[in-house]
Write a protein that binds this ligand. Structure first.
Ligand code: ADP
Ligand code: ADP
Length: 226
């Protein structure tokens, strides 16, 4: 069974100026532990596709299955990282990362240990007790990434997570993401409009065409991982 199976997916938004076809007959299979990047012009349906896989948005037609089970809403096996970090401003870095673990019923000691591990992984050990407003954009994004990783979802869905960062921070986070992906083996679905980033990260690059949101090409990136 593929990790994610998308069949004849379509999405039509009823916009102010009539219907907008965001996805049309999208078919895609993503295997376990695969790292897939989706590129394409703005408005081609990348976020719509991610949101439907995440269970945050409903399809107009077709289906998405994870581990052979149809997606009907959000699930703990799928973690999402957005471009805007969506941190709780009144919680410290540590409490922000611990929050998702609390929701999943982890005990206090395990929560703390896991949160600290992932905060260290993203290089924010010295900022565990800082509040989001004390952090730069890049640092906030790292907290959002630590929060998603800490839950250890089997599928990581990322919507331009590094889009707002400067080149150096982006390169650093790309490297961390790849390192984690290699050691912890997740299935990654990563949206970017940066083709270079897609090629650095992905084993498979999915190119979507402008209109109406369709997969134009799937490119296998055959670089050996270190
Ligand atoms: P991308 O992520 O590739 O930029 P989106 O998935 O955000 O593309 O959008 C795909 C298309 O659907 C665009 O034409 C966009 O304007 C439209 N769209 C997205 N969300 C909505 C919405 N809530 N209502 C109406 N149209 C929408
Ligand atoms: P942005 O992308 O918003 O510029 P960065 O992550 O590049 O954010 O960080 C901006 C500032 O925060 C820089 O001055 C950097 O030195 C500082 N900074 C970032 N991470 C750390 C860290 N782990 N420890 C200390 N300072 C940091």
């Amino acid at each position: 069974v593929p990790k994610i199976e998308i069949k004849d997916l379509s999405k039509i938004y009823n916009g102010r100026n009539g219907d907008v076809v965001a996805l049309q007959n999208t078919n895609l299979t993503i295997n376990q532990n695969e790292f897939v990047c989706v590129v394409g012009p703005s408005g081609c349906g990348k976020t719509t596709l991610l949101n439907i896989i995440a269970g945050l948005e409903q399809a107009s037609g077709g289906s998405v299955a994870v581990d052979g089970k149809e997606v009907k809403g959000p699930g703990k096996e799928r973690g999402v990282v957005f471009q805007q970090y969506a941190l709780f401003p009144w919680k410290t870095v540590l409490k922000n990362v611990e929050f998702g673990l609390k929701l999943r019923g982890l005990g206090k000691a395990e929560r703390r240990e896991r949160a600290e591990h992932y905060i260290e992984m993203v290089g924010l050990k010295d900022f565990a007790h800082a509040y989001p407003k004390e952090l730069s954009g890049g640092m906030k994004q790292r907290v959002a990434i630590a929060r998603a990783y800490a839950v250890q979802p089997e599928v990581l869905l990322m919507d331009e997570p590094f889009g707002a960062l400067d080149a150096q921070t982006r390169a650093q986070l790309q490297e961390e993401l790849l390192r984690t992906w290699q050691s912890e083996k997740r299935t990654c679905f990563f949206i970017t409009h940066d083709v270079e980033e897609a090629v650095i990260l992905a084993q498979k690059v999915i190119v979507m065409s402008a209109r109406p949101g369709r997969i134009k090409e799937i490119i296998n990136v055959d670089i050996p991982y270190p």
